[in-house]
Design a binder for this molecule. Sequence first.
Ligand SMILES: *Cc1c(COP(=O)(O)O)cnc(C)c1O
Length: 382
Amino acid sequence: MHNNSIIELSRAALQQNLEFLRATFGKKIIFSSVVKGNAYGHGISEFVTLAHECGISHFSAFDAEEARIIKQCVGSNATIMIMGFVADEDLEWAIENDIQFFVFEKTRLQKAVKSAKKLGHKARLHIEVETGMNRTGFNENELRWVTQILQNEKEHLIFSGLCTHYAGAESVANYYRVKSQIQAYEKAYNFFKDSGLVPQLRHTACSASSMMFPETRMDLVRIGIMQYGLWPSPEVFVNYMNAKRIKSDPLKRVILWKSQVMSVKKVNAGDFVGYGTSYMAGSKMEIAVIPIGYSHGYSRSLSNHGHVLINGQRCLVVGTVNMNMITVDVTAAGNVRKGDEVVLIGNQQEAAISIASFSDFSNQLNYELLTRIARTIPRNII
Ligand SMILES: *Cc1c(COP(=O)(O)O)cnc(C)c1O
């Protein structure tokens, strides 16, 4: 832990987002809160505890390590699903603890059967099918083999779900690819059904597909970015706002990341600021030094681009982002002093730094910048 910066998570914002999402999906659809990547940088323990208090009882993790942390927070009062990696040494732990997990290859299915037999405890499996992303998932020609195992090993396996993941539903450019994935999923589902195997749940949707392709919601939605109050892309946001003819964003950012001014100094026209020559003062300037750098997850790509808020004013990051510090131009921000609050993400007075402007306007950067925020920064729920 260190005190260079702190993160606050807003309970009110999360409640608002969950209310909006529940109203959008309806009561019949299970809401799974996706908390991989340290809960998108929010802090997995703190976020899971908060979400659980707000009524969430289904969580999706990437691996067994995250699943263990979720379990520590919620005990057996919530369902935990691993969407990605389960190391061989974690498999028995997962099965014994009724942790559900995606299975997307033959060896994993065989090992799950073996472990379940050994433990005398059924494994809860989500069979992931390949529909066009070409990352993980059983290919069509492997499905017959999968159905045979599921049938022969019935006493050891629970067919908890049939799932897939879309390759870029946040962009209209991928419209046909996603549509064909939906069809491929339906085809796989029918294949299982015709073999007498009906999964407990059908699920395919992430935030973007749940908004852009409502038919992908099925029985359960796996929602990451939107519960944190951010849209998967500007396209999804604009599409929603136009369709509903509303003007104000129904989502509210949960995270606030703030630091303080460590030191202030004056520089003259023609002086270079920081390492090398990436920034030269065009006139007399005042520079504030903030004790945050790329080691804390403030990306180097924000060198000479990022903004922070001081005195309610947007101040440009000048020079390169260092390991532990950034320098910002506070010439126009009034009388800035050591100890003044600095907002890296969030609101201050009337101004706001959204993650989209904290990053670039590129979609995937929101996800990347959030998940890089250092784990050692204290997280407080307010
Ligand atoms: C990350 C992830 C999600 C959630 O994605 P968002 O865009 O954050 O909603 C859903 N499903 C899978 C398989 C994922 O890896």
